[in-house]
Write a protein that binds this ligand. Structure first.
Ligand SMILES: [Zn+2]
Length: 462
């Protein structure tokens, strides 16, 4: 029997998310060496495999791809003083709390956030980490270690803030770094961790936080560094009207003009949010092939606005989905995010204009394109085996007619089984790589300590 082989047999409903939109019933997936090797039709002779998963009650889709997140924010979910604030006030309330982050807190947050993502069907996530309190230089390293241990495909981004309040920026001076230090640490991280090979489990990108927290020169230097090392670029852009006003006042330019001026408008960039683009800007983004991480829950939660997703996709931009949080969502549930996208754009454009498959494509193959990947996002032979199985016996799906539609029309559930790079990470609804109870009890303790709250009995380790 071949070494690392896996068979998912007799799948109730299998959506390949290939260009033809193929859906099969009774088919089986054969996986070897972390790669999808065969899609076998119903009734075909099945090859032997070391592990076999019963797919008779499952709707199976490619693992979901999360294109924008801040894992550390799981420590400040539903933070009272920011519960009803819009973005700039929300940030002002939270920056002083985040200024107390340390390695242990960031590690605990990464594990809790990634566990939540995995259980929701997500097999690849990015993370935008940009808060580096003085003396805390290994925070991104600790996230990477957490992602490796728990078993997700990871695209961390080295974020940065260099313009503090004393220079007209939004963040307090205690969490900004010098631009030399940012660039040196970015290069260190690329050299240490970035793996460009096909099937890579870790690719790094560079991600100055936003136009109101870094200088145009840092954006330029970051683009040059990314080009030298062939890594991607990411930032927040056009998220709020406040940001637009800030850019016009400080730089005399709209956010996208600023982005183009600093050499970022191109196919190696993907942008979080992208709400306030006009028609001409959407066409420019499409021509450039720039990706957009659409974050509907965060945009609704903060009252920011509704991104022109249909127009951006028509213009040719890859548009993925991001849970963006977890203090502006306040969850890391990727299937729920796909449902939010569906509902948000149906409310705006009507049900016929935005199909179930549009939302699922954004959550899988278009998200993969945002991250520059063509080896994940569909279940075609030759792709990496990143696969989510949802159990149709779940109460939420009882009575559902079309299983694929049920994933987004019914209440979002957790996965039954999740496979990352051919490895079973969640089985029977339980995380297999680490103890979820331990992750969460540690996370609750760290969150309480960050906020200066007493540790409640429920936060103690069982
Ligand atoms: Zn964000």
């Amino acid at each position: 029997m071949p070494g690392r082989t896996l068979l998912i047999r007799d799948i109730h409903t299998l959506s390949l998310m290939d260009p033809a939109g193929t859906v099969r019933h009774g088919a089986s997936l054969y996986i070897a060496g972390g790669e999808i090797r065969q899609v076998l039709p119903s009734g075909a002779a099945l090859p032997p495999a070391r592990q076999v998963v019963d797919g008779r009650h499952a709707v199976v889709i490619p693992g979901l791809v999360n294109t924008h997140h801040h894992l550390y924010q799981t420590l400040t979910r539903a933070y009272g003083p920011a519960a009803d604030a819009e973005l700039f006030d929300w940030l002002r309330a939270l920056y002083p709390v985040w200024a107390r982050l340390d390695e242990e807190a960031v590690h605990a947050a990464a594990l809790a956030g990634i566990a939540e993502l995995l259980l929701s069907g997500c097999t690849t996530t990015t993370d935008h980490f940009y808060v580096f309190p003085r003396g805390r230089s290994a925070l991104l390293d600790t996230q990477i270690e957490a992602a490796r241990r728990i078993g997700i495909r990871f695209h961390p981004t080295r974020g940065s803030m260099s313009v503090g309040r004393s220079n007209g920026g939004l963040p307090p001076d205690s969490v900004v770094q010098t631009e030399d230090r940012i660039l040196a640490d970015s290069e260190r991280l690329i050299r240490k961790y970035h793996d460009p090979a096909p099937g890579s489990m870790l690719r790094l990108a560079l991600a100055p936080c936003s136009p109101f927290s870094v200088s145009p020169q840092l954006m330029r230097d970051t683009a040059a560094l990314a080009a030298r090392h062939a890594v991607r670029l990411h930032t927040h852009l056009a998220e709020t009207r406040d940001e637009e006003a800030y850019c016009l006042e400080r730089f005399g330019k709209r956010p996208l003009d600023l982005l183009e001026d600093v050499g970022w408008l191109g196919p190696n960039t993907w942008l979080a949010h992208g709400i306030f683009f006009n028609r001409g800007e959407i066409a420019r983004l499409g021509r450039a092939g720039t990706g957009i991480a659409h974050c509907p829950t965060s945009n609704m939660r903060l009252g920011s606005g509704c991104a022109p997703v249909l127009a951006l996709r028509r213009a040719g931009c890859p548009v993925g989905l991001g849970v963006d949080g977890s203090a502006s969502n306040d969850s890391s549930h990727m299937l729920a995010e796909a449902r939010q996208a569906l509902l948000m754009h149906r409310l705006k454009h009507g049900a016929a204009a935005f199909g179930i498959r549009d939302a699922l494509r954004m959550a899988t193959v278009e998200g993969a394109r945002c991250l520059g990947r063509d080896d994940i996002g569909t279940l075609e032979p030759g792709k990496r085996a990143d696969i989510a199985l949802f159990d149709l016996r779940n109460a939420a799906y009882s009575g559902a007619g079309d299983p694929l539609s049920a994933l987004l029309l019914c209440a979002p559930t957790q996965v039954h089984t999740l496979i990352v790079n051919g490895r079973i990470v969640v089985q029977d609804g339980e995380l297999r790589t680490m103890s979820l109870d331990r992750i969460l009890s540690d996370h609750r303790r760290r969150a309480a300590s960050l906020l200066g709250r007493p540790v409640t009995p429920s936060a103690a380790r069982p």
